[in-house]
Write a protein that binds this ligand. Sequence first.
Ligand SMILES: [Zn+2]
Length: 315
Amino acid sequence: MKNKKIIILVLLFISFCFLLFCLFNFYKLYDSKIKVYEKQKSTYENLKKENNKLKMEIANETKKGEKIEDSYKSLNEKKESLEKVINEKEAEKERKAKEQNQDYTKKVTGKVIYLTFDDGPSNYTEDILNTLDKYDVKATFFVTCSGSLDKYAKKIIEKGHTLGLHTCTHRYNTIYSSEENYFNDLNSISNKVEELTGYKSKYIRFPGGSSNTISRFNKGIMTRLTQKVTEDGYKYYDWNIDSGDAAGADKDGVYNNVISALKNHNYSTNMVLMHDIKVSTKDALDGIIKDALDMGYTFSNINDYTSEVHHSVNN
Ligand SMILES: [Zn+2]
């Protein structure tokens, strides 16, 4: 009986120990689970914070994007309206040019010759226009208030040439005596051309060229005039090839001066000074055009794309 009691006590003790062991392990497991849970919870909180931060950033970026899109839209609208204005102006310009049978929008590339005829029109202008027609070549006439202006101003434009202004009187002593006198004279020829043709020319050539020294009786006048005409929207053209007709070259002399200059230089813009009041120019023109075409040159009238050929101003 006593043994049985001892056995029961031992069994109870063992059971108690086992229970303690189990409780201890359970507590250990529970504790580690709690720790893992807390760690996960804090990771979750951090992720949540990150997520909110990202959401805010996205919202900010979206706002910025919307702003950029808005300003892009308004810029695009501005661009479109500007393009519309430009297109309208271009169309207007083309329409006017077509009306006057002049293609100022023409861009000529390669080696180009711009024949320019000063001091006319005259009785030789008719033959010169016919020679130009024969080769379908366009040129530029810097006209004065000559007796033949009424007869040829419109004809020059109708044939597709450019009508430039050279001054009305061409009298050095008057036009270079003051800026006022120069512009009065220039306005006279400009108004006359406009009356006769409806066309207001913005292309000019100074009598004697911008490099002339004949105006030195009025110190600095060419410096002031070249600046003022540009400010007023004119384009002035000097020359880089002189036919020599004004200095008295005969037909062969004019031909040789032009052709040998073309052979010696390699300009892309060849601005040739001639005068349609000179019989030598009238007679040499056919040969010059024929041979220059054979040499691969193109002819053009002065237009908005023509580079301005300027001399150095000497006064
Ligand atoms: Zn002249």
